[in-house]
Design a protein around this ligand. Structure first.
Ligand code: EPZ
Length: 424
């Protein structure tokens, strides 16, 4: 059981360093198995999802060591291409190992991946695209078995700019024969990072950051050393937390260019946002102005910040509206915010949030990672105490949300914390 206690509203002032990106580093870990040589990733966050991916790689015979943010992966002795079901059920990102394993070994098997319950989250785009590259894929009894005598480059048109499907195609195609063109590719910064990393390993890729990525297959890739980018979603969470604390906070270790749509939204809500080269200062006075916000694939407003934004708007100066267009199951958090005194109604894709001056506090359960961060945001603008249960969800993606927010003066602490799982 992991439980967080928040003592109530405090004005937040201070500087918070931002951890390395979860959704950035997980694909890099998967990509590292494409070479036999050792890869060293730095600025790696010590979070449960990273430990889970390390456990999967270890199970397959590759050795992983994480020390002081430096992760060394040596995949030379990898002997297995089947993913361990217990880990795969914990984490969505495990599915991108399909592409990487097909690329290096020509075979892979896994059960369907788990992860946050924020929607149905099928993997049909992944499977269809891998088949187009020449993989034979069987789906039976909750398992996916893939093999390919040879993967061959081709043109693949994704029906939606899925982040995971784009990653899977990239990982499968860098060692394929010939050229692959991904049309309708996702443009998220995590895709750019993966392409940069793969290029550092020797891959031939161009076009990342646009919806058309070209991959020229290579015979082999080599190991490398690479620094993981700062986590734009953790940064966004703390910007919103700073607004909830009507504060003056500086975040360091981020790429402000990744957060343009977020700045736009937060400025509309009344914040003064000043981006620097690798830092962002945010100042907020008074209650947020009401907003109309819609989520969308990058460069749209990120779905991962929808729940924290909703929590902030619970104390907005009027009625706000949010439209969630990416994950249909994100609004479970609205119910939990209701337990903390928020006035929210949901109809289909749209949520209406009627702001009140301050929340009373109470007890609520984190239902997913970003939903948990939203409850923390709510607790920061409450007059009473807030207790958040099931915070293991938060630990999947935030190294230590209490430590970080205390740096800005928040009254927040762990009442209980799941012991760091590491790899066992
Ligand atoms: C990634 O998930 C992130 N996860 C998510 O972050 C993020 O919310 C999401 O991208 C959107 O930005 C990781 O990077 C590990 P998608 P992913 O494939 O790749 C549908 C967090 O909190 N779809 O772009 O799973 C899908 O159901 C997490 O850090 C299909 O229908 O997202 C969704 O509606 C949560 N079939 C939409 O596309 C498919 O085969 C976008 O999903 C694939 C996706």
């Amino acid at each position: 059981m992991s439980v967080i206690h928040i003592g109530g509203f405090r004005r937040l002032c201070g500087r918070i360093p931002v951890q390395g990106s979860k959704n950035g580093v997980l694909p890099l870990m998967a990509a590292s198995v494409l070479s036999e040589e050792t890869t060293v990733l730095t600025n790696v966050p010590a979070i449960q999802d990273v430990f889970c991916m390390m456990g999967i790689l270890d199970f397959m015979g590759s050795s992983c060591l994480l020390e002081n943010g430096e992760l060394t992966i040596s995949p030379r002795d990898m002997g297995r291409t089947d993913l361990p079901a217990c880990r795969v059920k914990q984490m969505r990102s495990s599915v991108i190992l399909l592409g990487a394993l097909l690329g290096r070994f020509g075979q892979a098997s896994t059960c369907y991946p788990g992860g946050c319950s924020i929607g149905k989250r099928p993997v049909d785009y992944h499977i269809c695209a891998l088949r187009q590259l020449g993989a034979e894929i069987e789906e039976e009894g909750g398992c996916i078995r893939a093999k390919a005598v040879r993967l061959s480059g081709t043109e693949i048109r994704l029906p939606y700019p899925s982040v995971g499907a784009t990653e899977n195609v990239l990982l499968a195609s860098v060692l394929a024969e010939g050229t692959t063109v991904i049309r309708g590719a996702a443009r998220e910064p995590e895709i750019e990072e993966l392409c940069l990393f793969l290029r550092t390993m020797g891959a031939g890729i161009e076009g990342e950051g646009t919806d058309r990525i070209t991959v020229r297959g290579r015979k082999r890739l080599h190991g490398c050393r690479y620094r993981t980018v700062g986590d734009r979603i953790v940064a966004g969470t703390y910007l919103i937390a700073a607004m909830a604390g009507r504060g003056d906070v500086e975040l360091t270790g981020v790429k402000p260019a990744h957060l343009e749509s977020v700045f736009h939204m937060l400025r509309k809500a009344g914040a003064a946002v000043s981006p620097g080269e690798d830092r962002i200062r945010i100042r907020m006075e008074g209650r947020p102005r009401p907003l109309w916000a819609e989520t969308g694939p990058y460069p749209g407003f990120p779905t991962d910040l929808q729940s924290p934004l909703m929590a902030l708007l619970c104390c907005g100066e009027g009625e706000s509206r949010i439209r969630e267009t990416v994950f249909e199951g994100r609004y479970g958090t609205a119910l939990e915010l209701g337990r903390l005194g928020a006035d929210i109604s949901v109809a289909g894709e749209e949520a209406v949030i009627r702001g009140i001056p301050i929340l009373p506090g109470g007890t609520a359960a984190a239902r997913d990672l970003r939903g948990g961060a939203a409850l923390v945001t709510a607790g920061l603008q409450s007059e009473g105490e807030t207790i958040i249960t099931d915070c293991f969800h938060i630990e999947r993606g935030y190294e230590d949300i209490c430590r970080d927010l205390r740096l800005a003066g928040a009254d927040i602490r762990w009442l209980e914390r799941k012991a760091k799982e590491k790899k066992e």
